[in-house]
Design a protein around this ligand. Sequence first.
Ligand code: ATP
Ligand code: MG
Length: 457
Amino acid sequence: MSTILVCDDNILVAEQYAYDLRRLGDHQVQVVGSGAAALDVLSRDAVDCVVLDLEMPGMDGFGVLQAMRERGLAVPVIVYTGTGSYDRCADAIRRGASAFIDKEEPVERVAREIELAIERRRMLDEIAMLRRYADDESALLGSSPAMRAFKDAIARVAPIPSAVLIMGESGSGKELVAREVHRLGANPREPFVAVNCAALPEHLVESELFGHERGAFSGAIAQRKGAFESAGRGTLFLDEIGDLPLAAQAKLLRVLEERVVVRLGSTRGVAVPARVVAATNRDLDADVRSDRFRKDLYFRLNVHILRVPPLRDRLSDLPDLVARLLATTCDRFRCRPKRLGTSVLPLLMAYDWRQNNVRELRNVVERMVIASDGDTIGPEHVPLEVRDEGASRVAAPASIGRTFLERKAEAERQIIIAALDRHDWHVTRAAQDLELADHASLLKIMRRHGLTRSSAA
Ligand SMILES: Nc1ncnc2c1ncn2[C@@H]1O[C@H](COP(=O)(O)OP(=O)(O)OP(=O)(O)O)[C@@H](O)[C@H]1O
Ligand SMILES: [Mg+2]
């Protein structure tokens, strides 16, 4: 069913259109008598198409078209004039109207124009969405067992409308995961609205999330929809949820329970169907214990948890990630595609990637691209800290001079990580693969190397 807004200062004409349109199709039709009222509805409700009279006192149809453009309202508009002036209609098309109709025409044609305009809008949205995914340099990469299991977990929770909590270290791809949940969710064509709870000053958090009425506080010069409302039936992504102030946590909980927001300064509730996806790199359990995070909100959010595997637990994804990052970085810098010399990948594989995961890898690739003049990136272009740590772990020429025992221990560490990675960090299976006596033996070796599975998909 589509929602149509008819705007005419002659309310009888508008009502007649509304009556006919309801009769002809699966349309919900709203009627308003002025340009200002039309804009009000457009900024509040999800409208699929506007039927607009060009001649109105006060703000006329041209004014409405212009205001819509300024506010980025991409709803298709079909115009008509009481005078039947073709020139004015043509002018309106130049200013962004989708089509024009004649008041004398049978309403069936009007309905047809509306359907065409809505269909065209849907197709444009879909193209924009497909393009976003096709262009997205960062669509979730990785086919390691850990990543495959993780992608399965995403696919399982994505269609469920309840809240999802994404946990993972800094730079491990939480935002990408949130977008993936949206893409595979029930309404991928609806908006994906991201709010970084850590980046907002405390006094603005609530207005950002829930919206405000004009004059709700000093500085609220115009009414504003909050992120919940903007997300419509799409996804609201609450990044760094652990940094949400306690007062806002209480309100968020209420909204999640009642699915209704009340803008600041208002008493009227607005239904908010958006699915909520939250992310954090904090230990929310600990935050709950120290009263930094509300326990009831945590329980509300942690029904479905997606734990992003850190890069060091899925090193077999590294070659693909580097290849992709290298291609996109060269593309972005408009330089010729570069390739990695053979000794570079082992250095990158041996580095710990503990600080910033894939983001750190991306930065390292960027630095290597800048550091190298030719087409090939050699070990001399690898940033020093990576090279040093990598070299001290790879049994490469640089490590000659280290003791035999150190090199043996490092080789052991690499073998263990590779086996665990192959088996999705399933200790028993990895132990069998390595032909160790039992999983306890492997656990002992892991402890010796300080290896723990920091993720479980
Ligand atoms: N699996 C992946 N495949 C491809 N790119 C990835 C992957 N994971 C992360 N990235 C890239 O790494 C960078 C960091 O990812 P993102 O911003 O999603 O991380 P984050 O977990 O939200 O980090 P922070 O905790 O700092 O907010 C982005 O450029 C993203 O595109
Ligand atoms: Mg992030």
